[in-house]
Ligand binder design. Sequence first.
Ligand SMILES: Nc1nc2c(ncn2[C@@H]2O[C@H](COP(=O)(O)OP(=O)(O)OP(=O)(O)O)[C@@H](O)[C@H]2O)c(=O)[nH]1
Ligand SMILES: [Zn+2]
Length: 233
Amino acid sequence: MTHLKPIARPGEPMLACKARTSVMIPLGPDSIPAEFVGFDGLDGLEHIAIRFAGRNSDPARPTLVRLHSECLTGDVFSSRRCDCGEQLHEAIGMLAEEGGVLLYLRQEGRGIGLYAKLDAYRLQDQGADTYEANRLLHLPEDARDYTIGARMLQAIGVTHIRLLTNNPDKIAQLKDAGIDVAEVSRTGVYVTDANRAYLQAKVRHHHLLNPLALIADAAAGMGEEGLGITASE
Ligand SMILES: Nc1nc2c(ncn2[C@@H]2O[C@H](COP(=O)(O)OP(=O)(O)OP(=O)(O)O)[C@@H](O)[C@H]2O)c(=O)[nH]1
Ligand SMILES: [Zn+2]
């Protein structure tokens, strides 16, 4: 039996589920129900857990979980600078099919906030990569702490999971916080000419992307849609 460490830090109260509301989400020609769950005891930000029943869920498998960090420019306005919107929709499609949980974490700009991310974009336009730009602003390269995600998962009783990510830091932090990450599935890589440098910087920072997917010629042959690199580990 897997021994799970307690997720709340000493002296820190456990999270309590608060609002629960069913919302219909469009998916292709259909609409699928999703349960939005809020929490008492968060870190001051309104993170949300979104639960999907799944049309073909397999109760024998660990629960599929995606931790998605907020990206207003990509998620809402389909900015070409990143592939966050595509990753979000890929996750929703998988969760609608297989069931599971999307944690939408209000960690805009890898935790530095929207205005600072816009400042970072200006520096990127002058040649800095996405991580250097944060440093030039005297901000952390990545300020995200996923412990809050672990505590949200525990509050809804989901601790044995298959994590959808290419980010090894998410895997390590969730494990450290007591979540049993039994499997990892990689997200697709949605490369375009506009976001190639952003994705290449992620490769340099140890994200589990296939660097071959970012070579212009290879990508050209496959179009701008997802290259579909979703290998289970
Ligand atoms: N500071 C900063 N944040 C960015 C930039 N581009 C995207 N982001 C933010 O990065 C977050 C997404 O993180 P990524 O590092 O792209 O991917 P990830 O979530 O760590 O990894 P995956 O789970 O594999 O998708 C969102 O909060 C975006 O707002 C950028 O150029 N600068
Ligand atoms: Zn983005």
